[in-house]
Design a protein around this ligand. Structure first.
Ligand code: ADP
Length: 319
């Protein structure tokens, strides 16, 4: 293999730049040329490519976002769009592609692999919702952003003796809520993977109130409910007033943590190794602190499983 491509797609995540850097440097180390594809599958279809050299990825390891830009591209979901992209890759002499993104981006990688073009996925999403990997690039940074917010909100919750609801991202996964709730000492964590009844949650809040607990932090995953709706339900069922904070897109930005930079470096480099071994239709991940790789089909089948022991622990620690 003489030339490979790299793109970032879907929701951006801190650490994507560190992953691009790893792909570029590892490939050049093996005398392979790298072509950056701008704005995900949109740039693939339109042929928006730029050569990436060693210096092109200097000074990006600490930056959030993605220097290659990211996009969502409906056209690439069609066979026609995929064929256009494939033609652009062939025209540019590219022989393999690293796709840094989430589950949706992996489906694009699978489509291209099925057309005979080898692609390797690298998990880049703050949601931590990809199968066959314990961690995705960006999750740890997002967690730290949320914890910083929880700590600040705790100060005001404490001063005004208020119950706060903090709505966090994660799409259909509860990982951000669970880990940040545990790390931030939240009294209540509400995630899609748990079936805790709202009445039960209200009863716990009431019990806390009765024993003199004056303020409380509730972290809710966006996949369960909006913070506003939850606040209305709590008012209706328990007559407790809440303040709602929706953290939103600040969770996507910022300089990646050391954990995310190391993860991105390891996973990006392994993706290149797999391409050079002639493999495609796979994605890299992290299992028990070892880099692993699995077929995309296995990844789509094996939903990322959240560690519910952490939820039990959080309940035990917030009695
Ligand atoms: P993420 O990768 O973060 O999960 P999306 O689900 O938005 O983000 O997917 C990113 C892009 O991947 C989509 O805009 C589209 O271009 C491509 N994609 C998603 N699903 C498919 C599919 N079934 N076939 C081909 N490409 C897809």
């Amino acid at each position: 293999m003489k030339k490979i491509g790299v793109l970032t797609s879907g929701g951006d995540a801190p650490g994507m730049n560190a992953a691009i850097r790893a792909v570029v440097r590892k490939a050049i180390y093996h005398n392979v040329e790298v072509c950056g594809i701008v704005a995900g599958y949109t740039g693939l279809i339109s042929g928006h490519f730029r050569k990436l050299e060693l210096g092109s990825v200097g000074d990006i390891i600490h930056r959030g976002g993605t220097m290659l830009l990211s996009a969502r591209c409906e056209e690439f979901k069609t066979k026609e769009g995929q064929h256009k992209g494939l033609q652009q890759l062939k025209n540019a002499g590219i022989e393999g592609l690293v796709v840094i993104g989430g589950d949706g981006s992996y489906r694009g990688a699978k489509a291209l692999t099925e057309l005979g073009f080898p692609c390797i996925g690298v998990p880049g999403t703050i949601d931590n919702d990809i199968g066959c990997t314990q961690f995705t690039i960006g999750f740890d940074t997002a967690l730290n952003t949320v914890i910083d917010a929880i700590d600040k909100i705790r100060d005001t919750a404490n001063s005004h003796e208020r119950t706060f609801i903090i709505e966090v991202m994660g799409r259909n996964a509860g990982d951000i809520a669970l880990w940040s709730g545990l790390a931030g000492g939240a009294e209540t964590i509400i995630i899609p993977e748990d079936n805790d009844d709202i009445r039960h949650i209200c009863a716990r809040l009431k019990k806390g109130e009765e024993r003199g607990k004056k303020h409380s932090i509730i972290v809710v995953a966006e996949g369960v409910s909006s913070g506003i709706e939850l606040g209305k339900e709590i008012k209706q069922l328990a007559n407790i007033d809440t303040r709602v904070s929706v953290l939103g897109h600040i969770q996507r930005g910022g300089s990646p943590t050391a954990f995310d930079r190391v993860l991105a470096s390891r996973l990006g480099a392994r993706a290149v190794e797999l391409l050079l071994q002639g493999k495609g239709g796979r994605a890299v991940g992290m299992q028990n602190n070892q880099v692993s790789d699995h077929s995309l089909d296995e990844i789509f089948k094996g939903n990322h499983s959240i560690d519910l022991n952490l939820l039990t622990l959080s309940k035990e620690l917030s009695i």
